[in-house]
Ligand binder design. Structure first.
Ligand SMILES: [Zn+2]
Length: 290
């Protein structure tokens, strides 16, 4: 039966089974230092595309578990080159400058299998996010906590960022090697955090459908609604504005109090206050002009 290996397929954009069409090995002749390189031509069993695949293993990359088991952490090189292990987010120019430089370099490390540098880089990105947000703290641990306390990130994000901090610390200080899958997960987390912190936040500004927060905006919506009604109509406030989801329900009492005050003082004249309601509990308003 022909030998198969699992590797990334540029066409299928995922790891697939590949048939090994041809393979040759080279290895060290030196007993002191062991290495082995395997050069293969492989064919994707999904899309049938053919690629070159090189696997380098050397003992400096071994991770020993003490029970005889080792992880060999091979370095894989393929041609055509794998596009991305994790695709970098677009619009990186919208990231703060300090974050952007680190991000571009770190993703480059990851996508070129420089996992240890990538893990350290992701930790540095978290630190840059904290500095950009101007959160204080005696170390990165407390800065991340303060980022969550200031509601800049969620409690879940906080735990993720701590996990990235641990990984970065291990990479720098104990030279622990993480698996590619683990660093890839970190890259996805960083992509999600950067997207929600910097990219989505900018886009929301341009959306009409963000909740309104100012009384003047509330009045604009009320005026639009009144303009579609008839002079003399009587209704409660929630019915005048009920089709507008930009107004958040719990904000209505605040807006209504200000509206009543403005009607009473004569600064808002399109509505008048009806006498104390006889049915229901809500204040009723009569349209005086549209
Ligand atoms: Zn394929």
């Amino acid at each position: 039966m022909e030998k198969t290996i699992q590797c990334y397929c540029v066409n299928c954009r995922q790891v697939t089974n590949h048939a090994v069409l041809f393979s040759i090995k080279e290895h060290s002749n030196d007993d002191d230092y062991w290495w082995e390189s395997t050069y293969s031509v492989v064919k994707c069993l999904g899309c049938e595309s053919i690629q070159f695949h090189k696997e380098d293993i050397d003992e400096s990359n071994f991770e020993y578990y003490g029970d005889g088991d080792i992880d060999t952490h091979p370095t894989i090189t393929t041609y055509p080159r794998q596009r991305y292990k994790v695709e970098p987010i677009g619009n990186t120019w919208e990231l703060p400058e300090l974050v952007r430089g680190l991000y571009v370099e770190t993703m480059d490390c990851l996508n070129n299998s420089r996992l240890q540098l990538a893990a350290a880089g992701f930790r540095a990105i978290i630190e840059a996010i904290c500095r950009d947000a101007k959160v204080t703290g005696k170390n990165l641990e407390s800065m991340i906590n303060n980022l969550a306390k200031s509601h800049i990130i969620t409690a879940k994000d906080r735990d993720h960022l701590h996990a990235i901090r641990f990984m970065g610390n291990d990479s720098i200080h104990s030279l622990k090697k993480y698996r590619e899958e683990e660093v890839i997960i970190v890259a996805h987390i960083v992509n999600a955090v950067l997207t929600s912190l910097y990219l989505i936040a900018k886009k929301v500004k341009y959306l009409d459908m963000k909740p309104i927060s100012k009384y003047t905006e509330f009045i604009d919506i009320l005026d639009e609604s009144i303009a579609k009604r008839t002079v003399g109509d009587v209704d409660i406030l929630r019915n005048f504005i009920r089709h507008d989801r930009r107004i958040i329900s719990e904000d209505i009492p605040g807006f209504e109090n200000e509206l009543k005050a403005n009607i009473t003082s004569g600064t808002y004249t399109k509505l008048s206050l009806c006498a104390t309601p006889t049915t229901g509990h809500s204040q009723q308003y009569k349209i005086e002009s549209i």
